[in-house]
Ligand binder design. Structure first.
Ligand code: ATP
Ligand SMILES: O=C(O)C[C@@H](O)[C@H](O)C(=O)CO
Length: 318
């Protein structure tokens, strides 16, 4: 491959308050201020792996928005499609983390700045030079009108022959499963790579037997159907075959963002023509590494870190 491929994504970012201790949020006394948001995490993951990463968003014209903007730019993300808007405060997320590393999110994003994105902002030039468009259900869940924006991006991507990947990222704190299913029905026919968590697959499609999942992929014309399953690893259905790979053995301390990291790893692998098993292994490694660091994206690794981790190579620390 001669030029470095560009990945495009679109979504809301949040100032994420990570608790300084585990346990119920009501007893937590202090937080570390960080940045989060599923699509921003994905964009950071791609940039750390060395891809060109373009993130479209809107941020509040406030201190938090400016902080996120500087953070994203510092990660090397193309922020030319990020704008500040007055009257819409930057979204917030307070996290709760349990002893096993599992997390809960408490959102304050009812008046998100991304509500000001309109279909006419999806211009012809927006996807110039882009190799893959990656969208997620979080942006869809923020407001019903976002479906029209997502469809505009998907249509533009199809016109330009750009591959489309999608992560349902179901957030039932933002919408109902019925509304999610209705929106996904309109999205799935465009999707080339579907990256879904096992629990999400169960919510979307009750029967998770292999024949039912095969029928689901065929019905929607999904070329690569990837199912992420936490500590069990991941599997892929593609070209009438199943491929499965176990997870790496690690001790998770904060699992939020593992799925976004996995997505970035899988897209990196897809853009570099990895085999199905190589792709799952690489993406599992990125997902596992994310869980070993507190924060939604601090654990996203650089390419060499993934390779060293997969080869069990110890880093020289001193
Ligand atoms: N405890 C763990 N041990 C090893 N690997 C893990 C663990 N948790 C997650 N991973 C890796 O990260 C991937 C994604 O995690 P998970 O299945 O939880 O994603 P998800 O459901 O999309 O999550 P989320 O949207 O909450 O980030 C897994 O497929 C696996 O490769
Ligand atoms: O954008 C979101 O709603 C998700 C984030 O709060 C968080 O970073 C996450 O859940 C990542 O998958």
């Amino acid at each position: 491959m001669t030029t470095n491929p560009t990945v495009f994504t679109l979504g809301d970012a949040l100032v994420t308050f990570n608790p300084s201790e585990t346990g119920p949020l009501r007893y937590v006394q202090s937080f570390a201020k960080k940045a989060g948001g599923a699509e921003l995490n994905f964009a950071i993951g791609c940039a750390r792996l060395g891809l060109q990463s373009k993130w479209m968003s809107r941020l509040g014209n406030d201190e938090f928005g400016k902080g996120i903007y500087k953070f994203a730019r510092g990660e090397g993300i193309d922020v030319s499609e990020v704008e500040f808007v007055d009257g819409y405060p930057t979204s917030l997320n307070f996290k709760e983390i349990r002893e096993d590393g599992s997390g809960k999110t408490f959102y304050y994003r009812h008046h998100s700045p991304v509500l000001t994105i309109e279909p006419e902002h999806i211009t012809d030039e927006l996807l110039n030079g882009v190799s893959i468009v990656h969208l997620t259900g979080v942006f869809l869940a923020i407001a019903p009108k976002n479906l029209q924006i997502v469809l505009a991006v998907l249509k533009k991507a199809k016109e330009k022959n750009i591959k489309i990947s999608f992560d349902p990222n179901i957030r039932l704190k933002l919408w109902t499963i019925e509304d999610a299913r209705k929106a996904y029905e309109q999205i799935f026919p465009y999707v080339d790579i579907l990256l879904a968590g096992m629990e999400e697959v169960e919510l979307i499609q009750h029967d998770v037997s292999k024949p039912a999942l095969e029928a689901f992929a065929k019905q929607h014309g999904i070329g690569q159907f990837v199912i992420k399953d936490g500590a069990n690893g991941a599997k892929l259905y593609s070209e009438n075959m199943w491929h499965e790979k176990e997870a790496f053995k690690i001790t998770p301390i904060d699992t939020v963002g593992a799925g976004d990291g996995f997505d970035a790893g899988y897209i990196y692998a897809a853009l570099h023509n990895y085999s199905p098993i190589e792709s799952l292994t690489f993406a599992n490694a990125v997902g596992a590494l994310v869980t070993t660091v507190k924060g939604d994206n601090e654990g996203l690794p650089e390419l060499q870190e993934v390779l060293d981790f997969m080869n069990n190579k110890k880093a020289i620390e001193r």
